[in-house]
Design a protein around this ligand. Structure first.
Ligand code: PGA
Length: 255
């Protein structure tokens, strides 16, 4: 694992974008795993700027998103389809045929999940997977207690996650109860992981993921088992870490 601590959110996002851009320049047809949430927004903004100012080319990239709410159509402003379109896809030169986001309106969710897993393999596997982390240690919608070997499937959202998300919906009742999510095992198959976290609210989860015991009660702790996991944090999210960490992913000193 390579932990990179930056002064603030902006510096963290830019450093992470430099890593994505480096991988993309080395492999123009890379398979990029994407995440939603507030954390990766700075990374996406910087990638959009790099396309505009530096000609970073996404035309051959294939993307796979981690998760989507069950029951929200892509046109719903809280769906992850909508989020990705608004915050990244519409701004860069991705080929829409290369975009994959789980279908929350699937008639048969199990068949869809099996297809999603197969599709990732058909596309050559995910080269680099972007991840956020929940305050409770979840990655994607793999909530505490999720099997560390799990694959893409439907999950019930915990009360905490529904409460965290309630601010985006008019009433608490409207917050979806289920999501389709890549499993922890699916995420671990990616060749590289890029986990981002900022703000003090994430400090306990980051501590548990990076320095705590490996446990399904903190699904993000599985990154300790990945040979190439980058963890980008700002000073606040890093405030409970006790190890000596790096300033740049280019140091290449994996622990
Ligand atoms: P956030 O969500 O980026 O909005 O904090 C991260 C997550 O819950 O995985």
């Amino acid at each position: 694992m390579l932990v990179i601590v930056k002064e603030n959110y902006d510096a963290m996002s830019k450093e992470a974008a430099r890593l994505v851009a480096d991988r993309l320049r080395k492999k123009p047809n890379m398979v990029l795993g994407l995440a939603t949430g507030s954390t990766p927004l700075g990374l996406y903004k910087e990638l959009i700027r790099m396309q505009r100012d530096e000609g970073l080319d996404f035309s051959k990239v294939t993307t796979f998103n981690l998760d989507e709410y069950v029951g929200l159509p892509p046109s719903h402003d809280q769906s992850y389809h909508y989020f990705m379109h608004e915050n990244l896809f519409k701004e860069i030169n991705l080929d829409v045929r290369h975009i994959h986001v789980p279908q929350g309106m699937s008639k048969d969710v199990d068949v869809f999940c099996e297809w999603y897993e197969k599709r990732i393999v058909e596309c050559g596997g995910i080269d680099l997977q972007v991840l956020g982390i929940g305050g409770n240690g979840h990655i994607a919608f793999n909530e505490p207690g999720s099997s560390l070997g799990s694959r893409t499937r439907i999950k019930t959202l915990t009360g905490t996650t529904r409460m965290d998300n309630a601010r985006f919906f008019k009433t608490g009742e409207e917050v979806p109860r289920y999501a389709i999510t890549m499993g922890v095992g699916t995420i671990m198959d990616a060749k590289e992981l890029l986990l981002l976290a900022n703000k003090t609210g994430k400090a306990d989860a980051v501590k548990a993921a990076v320095e705590g015991p490996l446990t399904a009660m903190c699904p993000a702790s599985i990154i300790q088992m990945h040979a190439k996991a980058f963890v980008f944090v700002d000073r606040d999210a890093a405030s409970k870490l006790t190890g000596n960490y790096n300033d740049s992913w280019e140091s290449k000193i994996f622990q």
